[in-house]
Design a protein around this ligand. Structure first.
Ligand code: C5P
Length: 229
């Protein structure tokens, strides 16, 4: 099965407070986006990798990930995550049968996880890394006081990578309007809204998204500890 991978890396990373875009911040000796490229480059079925980078940072992104045959294109991302996915979709080769979408902000992606998700496409059109919610959930009022509980049973947090049958994802994006591209926070939500069943698969290990400086320190430790050699 031929797979095209889109790495969305066009976020500014304001909450990280760095002086470069988040995907270019160095973590455990490499720019963050390079960890995802390295993992995807090690998966046999991945033929083409497209990176959506902050507009104007194409050359720095190319330098950050190095020369790899499977990097198909580096394109300017959009003003929302889903617009960056759309830019990546437009740049993928036509022939791919499977499309993988991954946040550069999750550098702990492994080839093993990608393999596990794509093998599930044999019996689902959409497969997403996700983990059951572990914390007790509260609903709060605007002043920060709890005004209700939320039953966490059956609630999972969606992550990336997310993999899709290419025709399914392309059809969903073809009919999405501007409002949806601005408001949706992941592809699984756009797919699920159209009645397509989305299978969740627990990575079984840490797969955090880097948002704050504390997340960066955590990921630094996990990567540096050799969890991904
Ligand atoms: O901002 P957040 O961490 O939720 O973004 C998730 C991913 O989407 C990140 O990898 C970020 O670089 C990417 N993104 C993007 N284009 C945007 C906003 C976010 O590619 N306009």
């Amino acid at each position: 099965m031929t797979t095209g991978a889109i790495i969305v890396a066009a976020g500014t990373g304001e909450r990280l407070g760095a002086d470069v875009p988040k995907a270019l911040v160095r973590v455990a000796g490499r720019p963050m986006v390079a960890w995802s490229v390295r993992a995807l480059d090690a998966v046999a079925g991945v033929d083409a990798i497209v990176i959506a980078c902050p507009p104007g940072h194409e050359r720095e992104t190319a330098a950050a990930v190095g020369t790899r045959a499977r990097i198909h294109r580096i394109v300017p991302g959009g003003t929302s995550r889903q617009r960056s996915v759309a830019a990546g979709l437009a740049a993928l080769p036509d022939g791919v049968e499977t499309i993988l979408v991954h946040d550069a902000a999750r550098p702990l992606i492994t080839p093993e996880l990608v393999g596990r998700l794509t093998s599930c496409l044999a019996h689902a059109d959409a497969v997403v890394a996700a983990a059951p919610v572990a914390d007790t959930l509260k609903h709060v009022d605007p002043d920060g006081f709890v005004d209700g509980g939320v039953d966490r049973s059956g609630l999972w947090g969606a992550q990336t990578p997310q993999v899709f049958r290419a025709d399914v994802l392309r059809a969903v994006f073809a009919e999405a309007d501007d409002a949806e591209l601005d408001s949706a926070t992941d592809c699984a939500g756009m797919v699920g809204r159209r009645g397509i069943r989305v299978l969740l698969v627990d990575p079984g290990g840490p797969n955090p998204k880097v948002t704050t400086p504390a997340d960066l320190r955590l990921v630094e430790v996990l990567l540096g500890s050799g969890r991904i050699a």
